[in-house]
Design a protein around this ligand. Structure first.
Ligand SMILES: Nc1ncnc2c1ncn2[C@@H]1O[C@H](COP(=O)(O)OP(=O)(O)OP(=O)(O)O)[C@@H](O)[C@H]1O
Ligand SMILES: [Mg+2]
Length: 330
């Protein structure tokens, strides 16, 4: 920790002694401080901001409060949903939408499968389920052979099911709270998964009800947080990390997506959003940095076409980025 950071920590303690500093990022003259807890006092915040801004080398200050709701600590333990045959569950999550969570989830699932694991990919994103498109089972009906359980879709060597199979694309229903939870429970527990080493869950973005519901009812063995390098996305990534830590789900690490741009024509590398922000954030929070994935047109077009890059162009550098992350996860 350098001098400026030490000073910031002292100041924060002076004003908000009762709050934990979840993360402190000082970069390019900007200080981003994430405090775990509620904030009641705006005047205190303003004063603290001014004092930090007055420090040498700081010209911009953001103080963020995260008071994510954790699992209730009172009352009886929520009933666990039984996923027959599934050994481990990993959640792929992000604080912010559109950072490439589903793209990462699908490519990681396929990469883990190439490493010899039996994989299931479950799409829990009630707001924008995209796994059916990315695996190409979008227009296929859900099948039940015994009238009680559903068959999982089997694509590119992995099994999959999506909340999207229950949502009418033309007339999307807005699902909230218990109803969404009920639908997820039904899908997760009534699918014949068979023998699965790792189930990867593509979570909805953010840290809302669905995340809490899944965290309460499933034994989630770890979470992978996806972020882009921009500050805004990283602030939300910190919130995501906090939420999982609060409900005692271990963070397996952070993936930086759209880390840098590679021109498909000339191969030139450009760090459009700045670089290594996620790595720094991971280090500051004491969580593992799992690796970076470039912004590359092939990653998008292959996912859109239902043949993710890890499956369709396994020799490409883009696919190896996912393979490296998968190796770290295993
Ligand atoms: N590394 C990448 N290179 C190029 N395009 C990418 C990359 N990662 C994601 N994309 C594209 O960005 C868009 C958003 O990605 P994706 O749907 O995976 O994000 P998400 O975080 O799951 O979004 P949502 O919050 O809506 O669920 C998609 O069109 C996807 O193809
Ligand atoms: Mg998504």
């Amino acid at each position: 920790m350098n001098k400026t950071e030490e000073k910031i920590r002292e100041l924060v303690k002076k004003y908000f002694a009762e709050n934990n500093i979840a993360a402190l990022i000082v970069k390019d003259g900007r200080a981003i401080i994430t405090l775990q807890n509620e904030n009641e006092d705006q005047t205190k915040v303003k004063e603290l901001e001014q004092q930090i801004a007055a420090l040498e080398g700081i010209n911009k200050v953001n103080i963020i409060f995260t008071s994510e709701r954790g699992a209730p600590t009172l009352g009886k333990e929520p009933e666990k949903w039984l996923l027959k045959g599934v050994k481990k569950v990993i959640a792929v999550a992000s604080g912010k939408g559109g950072v490439g969570k589903s793209t990462t989830a699908v490519n990681l699932a396929l990469a883990l499968s190439k490493l010899g694991k039996k994989i299931a990919l479950f799409d829990a994103d009630i707001y924008g389920p995209s796994i059916p498109t990315m695996l190409g089972y979008e227009n296929q009906p859900v099948v039940s052979y015994d009238g009680k359980t559903f068959a999982a879709f089997e694509v590119h060597g992995i099994k999959s099911m999506s909340i999207g199979t229950l949502i009418d694309r033309d007339a999307p229903i807005i699902w909230r709270g218990a109803k969404a939870g009920g639908a997820l429970e039904q899908l997760l527990t009534q699918v014949e998964w068979g023998d699965i080493d790792i189930m990867v869950i593509d979570m909805p973005p953010g840290t809302g009800d669905i995340q809490i519901t899944l965290a309460q009812h499933l034994k989630i063995d770890g979470a992978v947080i996806v972020s882009t390098p921009q500050d805004i996305a990283l602030i939300d990534a910190v919130k995501g990390v906090n939420m999982f830590q609060k409900v005692d789900i271990p963070i397996l690490g952070i993936v930086e997506n759209m880390s840098y741009y590679i021109c498909p024509k000339c191969g030139h590398k450009e760090e459009i959003f700045g670089h290594a922000g996620a790595k720094e954030t991971a280090e500051k929070m004491g969580v593992r940095f799992l690796g970076e994935v470039p912004l590359h047109i092939d990653i998008r077009t292959h996912a859109d076409a239902g043949k993710p890059i890890v499956e369709d162009k396994p020799e490409s550098p883009q696919a190896s980025a996912y393979m490296e992350i998968a190796k770290k996860l295993v």
